[in-house]
Design a protein around this ligand. Structure first.
Ligand SMILES: [Zn+2]
Length: 154
């Protein structure tokens, strides 16, 4: 079946909403992909990281907010306006598709470090906000205990 990808007023496409065989799952608000409009560079990055990730790990990684249709702001946030920023959940040891904090027992530090490394290898990453300071490159930022925030150069 042909899937039509929704496109917003900026010409940005919604991230494919994680079909069964995808290497990622989707979460975030608003739901249904309404917060997942991605700049082409971001779209390419996520799909590339997905492919590389699937080659090494059977668990899916969680992709959250990217940007809202038309670049509308998120309530209380001044980021995620351009489609060049994405929130990603740390990997859980049990593979459950739910949130985990970096200081929780179920947090898989090695796998999360690998996932961040894949973004840095295959995408033009400017910065990553995340509060597990054992992971190279990441910058501490308030409220980044249960997701990391990746910003790309457009
Ligand atoms: Zn973010």
């Amino acid at each position: 079946m042909l899937e039509v990808q929704l496109k917003d007023a900026r010409g940005l496409f919604m991230l494919p909403q994680a079909p069964e065989d995808a290497g990622y799952y989707v979460y975030g608000t608003p739901g249904g992909g309404a917060g997942q409009y991605a700049h082409p560079t971001m779209m390419t990055a996520i799909l590339r990281v997905e492919r590389e990730w699937q080659a090494i790990d059977k668990r899916k990684f969680g992709v959250g907010n990217i940007s809202r249709a038309g670049g509308l702001p998120y309530k209380g946030h001044a980021t995620h306006l351009t489609g060049l920023e994405v929130d990603v959940r740390p990997v859980r040891k049990d593979g459950q598709e739910t949130a985990v904090y970096w200081y929780n027992h179920e947090y898989d530090q090695d796998a999360t470090a690998k996932l961040i490394e894949l973004f840095r290898t295959y995408a033009p990453v400017i910065l990553v906000y995340f509060n597990d300071n054992k992971i190279p490159f990441v910058t501490h930022m308030l409220d980044h205990d249960h997701h990391f925030h990746v910003k790309l150069r457009g």
